[in-house]
Every structure is written in C-alpha cells, then in structure tokens.
Design a protein. Structure first.
Length: 127
C-alpha cells in the first residue's frame, strides 16, 4: 500500500525545518563575536588581573607566584605562546576567538577567556 504525501504534511514538514534552521542560526550566531566588540579577560587563581581588546594585536608577559605565561593576540585570536608548566597543554590548545572560548593553564592557575563587549553572558538555556 502506497502512502501519498498530502499538502498538510508538506506544510508541517516545511514549518519544522524552518523552525530548526532559525533556532540553529540563533544559537550559532550567539557564539560568534566580531573582534571589535570582544575582550580577552586574563585571570590568575580566579581573579581578573587584565583585559585586552581582541582587535588589537599584542604580546603580554605575566610572571605570577604560580608561574610564567605569555599571552599573544594576533588577527582576533588569543593564545598562550609560552608557559613554564610541565604539560604544555595550554600552548597546544586552539586559539580563543569566539564568545566563551577559553585557554587555561591549570598548573599556573592562569586563564584567558573571550567575552562579548556587550556584557551579555547568558546562554540559550538560561534565557
């Protein structure tokens, strides 16, 4: 027995696909931040010690009681280029460039996180 797709079925399928694309687009769009409106927040042991615009290239050295880290920002991407920790995982971590991205050097208690300059840190679940 062959089943035929009716007009009502097509409308429901089109509506579900449209809603899916819209929801996906909104959620993906929240993560992308232009470099002009993003800030890299640098923390040591959970305390914010510095902030840098993601749009401005820079190299900054941090020598703390916990260790030595070098933050580099180039082309809208922030990363740790040098650290004196043993595992070097922070150096191998991909660059932080989107809202919410973070690079963490756990042995040195050093972290950097990209946040939107708009101050809206709510995610899709909490809204």
């Amino acid at each position: 027995m062959k089943m035929k797709i009716k007009i009502g079925d097509m409308v429901i399928i089109a509506f579900v696909l449209m809603v899916t694309v819209i929801v996906y687009g909104v959620n993906v769009g929240r993560h992308f931040v232009s470099a002009d409106s993003a800030v890299v927040v640098v923390s040591v042991n959970g305390e914010v010690i510095d902030r840098h615009d993601l749009s401005e290239d820079c190299v900054k050295v941090y020598d703390t009681d916990h260790g030595h880290n070098i933050l580099e920002i180039h082309n809208g991407k922030a990363y740790i280029s040098e650290a004196d920790c043993q595992d070097q995982i922070c150096i191998l971590t991909r660059e932080a460039e989107m809202n919410g991205d973070a690079v963490i050097c756990l042995p040195n208690l050093f972290s950097l996180e990209v946040i939107s300059g708009e101050g809206d840190r709510a995610d899709a679940v909490s809204q």
